[in-house]
Design a protein around this ligand. Structure first.
Ligand SMILES: Cc1ncc(C[n+]2csc(CCOP(=O)(O)OP(=O)(O)O)c2C)c(N)n1
Ligand SMILES: [Mg+2]
Length: 555
């Protein structure tokens, strides 16, 4: 049999066993044999301009393509640059597989180039991490990595591959290659708990279904549809669950928005929360009055009573639990109650609804979102990134799975995720329009990715909601420190569209309401990655900012 080197073994395993077509990263001498393995096995390597973007793109690939995302990092600085993206995937439960170079084992403790003890650093932000020391065991380690990434509650995994095993050869007959990819085992709750949950749902007069990322991660569309339509229960889908059923489904109360939800929760008698953690984004469950009966479904039993005790907890995969529940619930209709919820939401959002319809000067971000929505439509993927900008961007409406995502408004609150998420969305679903709404501050973190988009032909359109500031921070400081003591909060007028142009993309600068639609038309028609830099009202503050400010107030 032939001799194969370690880097090629990685490529062979990824392509032939896990059917990986695309990986994200930046090159490096320590991982050269692995890069050649990607070439050898026809795996597309999307080479970015900062490793954090690679980790974020691979994370986002898992969201939009529904299979684990793979990123590659070189030893030392490549590893260190990837950490923000890995930490973000860890808090988001994303099945991210990180393949990382290492200084040679041969040179350990000699002060080798790029030598740093990566394992000590990465353990707390991964679900599983290991160093492979034996070339013959590379496929076995990769197989473990994919299983850890996807089984049970998903999460990022890390495999460290030293050049001592990547850049040497081995007789292929000495290597065992697993024949099958990682498979999914499903967990189910007890019958008794299912019956108790069905009783609560059957007897509810004002129920509400809230679905989170777990709904998206378990691809629960079909079972969710049957459950929702049989029970007639109004629903909202959040985080990576967004779009598993379209926002305009008759039972959807998505139009309540996050603000309306906070109000609506207090009016319910039964809440069914699926794949949704009660963390700070839901004020740790404090919004739920004690009288409300709570059915919680999660693949991780530790989440079921976290921050707010469940009346009934169902541990299991969301899709199969919903199927089991559907068999036990009665057909029902809650359209009257749905209308009440929607009307309540409309009254909370009254100001925003009027802003959407009215041209403004300077442009208000709510109006900007409405104009973008008018042009781009419901069959598109929206990504939002920023502080106030995230809140405004979550107001987009969609019929697409994972159609509106603002990772920066998630658990890690990680700015800079917008462009990498948009890029992965466009690669995973090239037939869809992809629109990224970015804060001017957030845009800076990964702006060089316009070069990646040009080289790899990823034509998304990024609209900057440019308030010339780190807006959410600035407005919080105005409340706490006072307007005359702002610190590190302002940015000024910056022509970001010229950055896109300089890198080979398309740019537009917009200051007036009537310029928004023509600029969008030209940007999409250009067929290039485009940046529309829109100057918006620097005084506009989202309702998220006072909440953010309150959450960090200590006295
Ligand atoms: C990586 C990172 N750095 C800093 C912060 C702190 N932070 C939270 S919101 C915010 C302002 C964001 O400004 P911008 O992107 O312009 O959005 P805007 O609030 O102005 O809409 C900052 C700096 C963060 N969450 N993440
Ligand atoms: Mg800003």
């Amino acid at each position: 049999m032939a001799v194969i080197n370690g880097g090629h073994l990685v490529g062979k395993y990824l392509k032939e066993v896990e059917k990986v077509d695309v990986v994200f990263g930046i090159s490096g001498g320590h991982i050269e044999a692995m890069l050649d393995g990607f070439t050898q096995y026809g795996i597309r390597a999307v080479d970015v301009r900062h490793e954090q973007a690679a980790a974020m793109m691979a994370h986002a690939w898992s969201v939009y393509a529904g299979k684990p995302g793979v990123c590659f990092l070189t030893a030392g600085p490549g590893f260190a640059n990837g950490l923000t993206g890995i930490a973000n995937a860890y808090l988001d439960n994303a099945p991210l597989v990180v393949l990382c170079g290492r200084h040679p084992l041969r040179d350990d403790l000699k002060g080798a180039l790029q030598e740093i003890h990566q394992m000590d650093i990465v353990h707390p932000i991964t679900k599983w991490a290991a160093t492979c020391f034996d070339i013959r065991r590379i496929p076995e380690y990769l197989s473990l990595a994919f299983r850890y990434a996807t089984q049970g509650r998903p999460g990022p995994v890390f495999v460290e591959l030293p050049p001592d095993i990547l850049s040497v050869g081995v007789e292929e007959s000495q290597v065992t290659m697993p024949a099958q990819p990682a498979r999914q085992y499903r967990m189910h709750p007890d019958d008794q708990d299912l019956r108790a949950a069905a009783d609560l749902i059957n007897n509810a007069r004002k129920p509400l279904f809230l679905g989170g990322s777990g709904v998206g991660l378990s691809s629960a569309s079909e079972s969710l549809k049957k459950f929702i339509e049989k029970t007639g229960i109004p629903f909202m889908l959040l985080n990576y669950g967004r779009g598993e059923l379209p926002d305009d489904h008759p039972n959807s109360v998505m139009e309540m928005g996050n603000l309306g939800l906070m109000f609506g929760i207090g009016q319910t008698d039964v809440i069914v929360a699926a794949g949704l953690r009660f963390n700070w984004t839901l004020q740790s469950g404090q919004l739920i009055p004690p009288s409300v009966k709570l059915v919680r479904i999660d693949i991780d039993p530790h989440e079921l009573d976290r921050n707010c005790r469940a009346t009934v907890g169902l541990a299991g995969d969301i899709a199969s639990v919903l199927e089991q529940l559907t068999a036990q619930v009665r057909e029902n209709n809650h359209s009257g109650w749905s209308e009440t919820l929607k009307a309540a939401g409309r009254s909370v959002l009254d100001y925003e609804l009027r802003m959407r319809e009215t041209p403004s000067r300077p442009i208000h971000p709510v109006r900007l979102v409405a104009q973008i929505q008018k042009f781009v439509g419901e069959n598109a993927i929206y990504v939002a990134d920023g502080g106030d900008t995230s809140y405004f961007g979550l107001g987009f409406s969609t019929r697409e799975k994972q159609g509106v995502i603002a990772t920066s408004a998630g658990l890690f609150g990680c700015l800079g995720t917008g462009l990498p998420f948009g890029m992965a969305a466009k690669l995973a679903r090239p037939e869809k329009k992809v629109l990224v709404l970015s804060g001017d501050g957030s845009f800076g973190f990964n702006a060089m990715e316009f070069d990646t988009m040009v080289r790899h032909d990823i034509p998304l359109v990024c609209v900057i909601n440019n308030d010339c500031a780190w807006g959410m921070i600035k407005h919080s400081q105005e409340l706490s420190l006072g307007c005359d003591r702002l610190a590190c909060a302002e940015l000024g007028v910056i022509h970001y569209e010229k950055v896109a142009e300089a890198l080979g993309g398309y740019g537009e600068f917009v200051t007036k309401d009537e310029e928004i639609l023509p600029a969008l038309t030209r940007a999409f028609a250009s067929g290039k990655p485009a940046c529309i830099n829109v100057m918006t009202d620097p005084k506009a503050t989202s309702p998220a900012t006072p909440l953010f400010y309150q959450s960090l107030k200590m006295e």
